[in-house]
Design a protein around this ligand. Structure first.
Ligand code: ADP
Ligand code: MG
Length: 173
Protein backbone atom coordinates (compact mmCIF):
# COMPACT_ATOMS: atom_id res chain seq x y z
CA UNK A 1 0.00 0.00 0.00
CA UNK A 2 1.67 3.21 -1.15
CA UNK A 3 1.57 6.18 1.11
CA UNK A 4 2.98 9.68 1.10
CA UNK A 5 3.10 12.19 3.92
CA UNK A 6 3.47 15.92 3.36
CA UNK A 7 3.86 18.53 6.10
CA UNK A 8 2.33 21.89 5.23
CA UNK A 9 2.44 25.21 7.07
CA UNK A 10 -0.50 27.15 5.65
CA UNK A 11 -4.07 26.73 4.37
CA UNK A 12 -2.73 27.90 1.01
CA UNK A 13 -0.39 24.94 0.82
CA UNK A 14 -3.19 22.55 1.77
CA UNK A 15 -5.30 24.03 -1.03
CA UNK A 16 -2.42 23.78 -3.45
CA UNK A 17 -2.01 20.07 -2.69
CA UNK A 18 -5.74 19.66 -3.24
CA UNK A 19 -5.42 21.49 -6.55
CA UNK A 20 -2.62 19.16 -7.68
CA UNK A 21 -4.89 16.20 -6.96
CA UNK A 22 -7.65 17.95 -8.91
CA UNK A 23 -5.22 18.26 -11.83
CA UNK A 24 -4.54 14.54 -12.04
CA UNK A 25 -7.94 12.88 -11.46
CA UNK A 26 -9.60 11.38 -14.50
CA UNK A 27 -13.13 10.77 -13.27
CA UNK A 28 -14.69 8.06 -11.16
CA UNK A 29 -12.24 8.38 -8.25
CA UNK A 30 -13.18 8.23 -4.60
CA UNK A 31 -11.22 10.42 -2.18
CA UNK A 32 -11.76 9.68 1.51
CA UNK A 33 -10.93 12.57 3.84
CA UNK A 34 -10.18 11.86 7.48
CA UNK A 35 -9.32 14.29 10.25
CA UNK A 36 -10.95 16.06 13.16
CA UNK A 37 -13.03 19.23 12.95
CA UNK A 38 -10.87 22.10 11.70
CA UNK A 39 -8.15 19.82 10.35
CA UNK A 40 -8.50 21.27 6.85
CA UNK A 41 -10.62 18.74 4.94
CA UNK A 42 -12.89 21.38 3.41
CA UNK A 43 -9.86 23.55 2.70
CA UNK A 44 -8.33 20.66 0.73
CA UNK A 45 -11.59 20.19 -1.20
CA UNK A 46 -11.64 23.91 -2.04
CA UNK A 47 -8.20 23.55 -3.62
CA UNK A 48 -9.30 20.39 -5.36
CA UNK A 49 -12.22 22.09 -7.09
CA UNK A 50 -9.83 24.75 -8.38
CA UNK A 51 -7.68 21.96 -9.83
CA UNK A 52 -10.72 20.47 -11.56
CA UNK A 53 -11.47 23.95 -12.91
CA UNK A 54 -14.74 24.53 -11.14
CA UNK A 55 -15.69 28.18 -11.78
CA UNK A 56 -14.58 30.63 -9.10
CA UNK A 57 -18.20 31.67 -8.57
CA UNK A 58 -19.02 28.23 -7.21
CA UNK A 59 -18.45 28.84 -3.53
CA UNK A 60 -17.16 25.72 -1.83
CA UNK A 61 -18.46 25.65 1.70
CA UNK A 62 -18.61 22.85 4.15
CA UNK A 63 -21.55 20.70 3.05
CA UNK A 64 -22.30 19.75 6.64
CA UNK A 65 -25.88 20.94 6.36
CA UNK A 66 -26.56 19.81 2.83
CA UNK A 67 -24.65 16.50 3.00
CA UNK A 68 -23.81 16.60 -0.70
CA UNK A 69 -22.66 19.54 -2.80
CA UNK A 70 -22.19 19.08 -6.51
CA UNK A 71 -19.79 21.13 -8.64
CA UNK A 72 -19.08 21.04 -12.32
CA UNK A 73 -15.64 21.66 -13.70
CA UNK A 74 -13.57 19.53 -16.07
CA UNK A 75 -15.37 16.68 -14.27
CA UNK A 76 -18.34 16.55 -11.93
CA UNK A 77 -17.26 16.83 -8.29
CA UNK A 78 -19.37 15.48 -5.44
CA UNK A 79 -18.42 16.91 -2.08
CA UNK A 80 -19.97 14.76 0.60
CA UNK A 81 -19.86 15.28 4.36
CA UNK A 82 -20.89 12.40 6.58
CA UNK A 83 -20.44 14.27 9.86
CA UNK A 84 -24.15 14.61 10.53
CA UNK A 85 -25.16 11.30 9.05
CA UNK A 86 -25.66 9.39 12.21
CA UNK A 87 -27.88 6.50 11.38
CA UNK A 88 -27.38 3.78 8.86
CA UNK A 89 -30.84 4.42 7.33
CA UNK A 90 -29.94 8.05 6.73
CA UNK A 91 -26.80 6.98 4.90
CA UNK A 92 -28.79 4.60 2.73
CA UNK A 93 -31.22 7.43 1.96
CA UNK A 94 -28.40 9.40 0.38
CA UNK A 95 -27.96 6.83 -2.39
CA UNK A 96 -24.23 7.35 -2.11
CA UNK A 97 -23.46 4.64 -4.63
CA UNK A 98 -24.98 6.76 -7.38
CA UNK A 99 -22.23 9.27 -6.75
CA UNK A 100 -19.42 6.89 -5.89
CA UNK A 101 -19.78 4.78 -9.00
CA UNK A 102 -20.28 7.55 -11.52
CA UNK A 103 -17.98 9.46 -13.86
CA UNK A 104 -17.54 12.20 -11.30
CA UNK A 105 -15.05 12.41 -8.46
CA UNK A 106 -16.37 11.98 -4.93
CA UNK A 107 -14.64 13.64 -2.00
CA UNK A 108 -15.99 12.43 1.30
CA UNK A 109 -15.35 14.18 4.61
CA UNK A 110 -15.61 11.96 7.70
CA UNK A 111 -14.97 9.02 5.44
CA UNK A 112 -14.51 6.82 8.53
CA UNK A 113 -18.29 7.05 9.07
CA UNK A 114 -18.85 5.02 5.94
CA UNK A 115 -19.53 1.40 6.88
CA UNK A 116 -16.46 -0.80 6.44
CA UNK A 117 -16.31 -2.54 3.07
CA UNK A 118 -18.77 -0.09 1.49
CA UNK A 119 -15.78 1.11 -0.54
CA UNK A 120 -12.63 -0.93 -0.93
CA UNK A 121 -10.68 1.14 -3.46
CA UNK A 122 -10.04 4.81 -2.71
CA UNK A 123 -7.40 7.40 -1.96
CA UNK A 124 -7.27 8.14 1.74
CA UNK A 125 -6.31 11.67 2.74
CA UNK A 126 -5.74 11.91 6.48
CA UNK A 127 -5.07 15.39 7.84
CA UNK A 128 -3.65 15.85 11.34
CA UNK A 129 -3.16 19.07 13.30
CA UNK A 130 0.42 19.89 14.06
CA UNK A 131 -0.16 23.06 16.09
CA UNK A 132 -0.77 26.52 14.60
CA UNK A 133 -1.09 26.31 10.84
CA UNK A 134 0.96 23.14 10.62
CA UNK A 135 -0.75 20.07 9.24
CA UNK A 136 0.47 16.62 8.34
CA UNK A 137 -1.31 15.31 5.27
CA UNK A 138 -0.98 11.61 4.69
CA UNK A 139 -2.12 10.05 1.43
CA UNK A 140 -2.69 6.30 1.40
CA UNK A 141 -3.56 4.42 -1.80
CA UNK A 142 -6.10 1.65 -1.39
CA UNK A 143 -6.19 -0.33 -4.64
CA UNK A 144 -4.03 -0.39 -7.77
CA UNK A 145 -5.82 2.50 -9.45
CA UNK A 146 -5.03 4.70 -6.47
CA UNK A 147 -1.37 3.68 -6.41
CA UNK A 148 -1.17 5.20 -9.90
CA UNK A 149 -3.13 8.25 -8.83
CA UNK A 150 -0.79 8.79 -5.88
CA UNK A 151 2.23 8.54 -8.18
CA UNK A 152 0.67 11.09 -10.54
CA UNK A 153 -0.01 13.39 -7.59
CA UNK A 154 3.59 13.16 -6.41
CA UNK A 155 4.87 13.93 -9.92
CA UNK A 156 2.51 16.91 -10.22
CA UNK A 157 3.56 18.24 -6.82
CA UNK A 158 7.26 17.79 -7.63
CA UNK A 159 6.81 19.79 -10.83
CA UNK A 160 4.95 22.57 -9.01
CA UNK A 161 7.54 22.89 -6.27
CA UNK A 162 10.32 23.00 -8.89
CA UNK A 163 8.56 25.83 -10.73
CA UNK A 164 7.99 27.67 -7.46
CA UNK A 165 11.62 27.12 -6.52
CA UNK A 166 12.88 28.57 -9.80
CA UNK A 167 10.49 31.52 -9.51
CA UNK A 168 11.92 32.23 -6.10
CA UNK A 169 15.44 32.17 -7.53
CA UNK A 170 14.37 34.46 -10.39
CA UNK A 171 12.73 36.97 -8.07
CA UNK A 172 15.87 37.08 -5.95
CA UNK A 173 18.18 37.68 -8.89
P1 ADP B 1 -12.49 20.64 8.32
O1 ADP B 1 -13.24 20.58 7.03
O2 ADP B 1 -11.44 19.55 8.44
O3 ADP B 1 -13.36 20.69 9.53
P2 ADP B 1 -11.80 23.32 7.45
O4 ADP B 1 -11.06 23.15 6.17
O5 ADP B 1 -13.23 23.71 7.36
O6 ADP B 1 -11.62 21.99 8.34
O7 ADP B 1 -11.07 24.37 8.36
C1 ADP B 1 -9.71 24.36 8.61
C2 ADP B 1 -9.37 25.61 9.41
O8 ADP B 1 -8.00 25.58 9.81
C3 ADP B 1 -9.56 26.88 8.59
O9 ADP B 1 -10.05 27.87 9.42
C4 ADP B 1 -8.15 27.19 8.11
O10 ADP B 1 -7.95 28.54 7.87
C5 ADP B 1 -7.33 26.70 9.29
N1 ADP B 1 -5.97 26.28 8.91
C6 ADP B 1 -4.83 26.71 9.46
N2 ADP B 1 -3.76 26.14 8.91
C7 ADP B 1 -4.23 25.29 7.97
C8 ADP B 1 -3.59 24.43 7.05
N3 ADP B 1 -2.25 24.27 6.99
N4 ADP B 1 -4.37 23.72 6.21
C9 ADP B 1 -5.71 23.84 6.27
N5 ADP B 1 -6.37 24.65 7.10
C10 ADP B 1 -5.64 25.38 7.96
MG1 MG C 1 -15.31 20.29 6.65
Amino acid sequence: MGSWTVTVNSPRKTMSLGARLGDVVQGGEIIGLIGELGAGKTCFVRGFTAGVEVGKDAWVRSPTFTLINEYHGRLPVYHIDLYRVGKQEELEGLNLREYLYSDGVSLIEWFEYLPAREVDAYLEVAIAHGGGAKREIKFVAHGARYELLLEALQQAELKTSKVQGSNRLKSKG
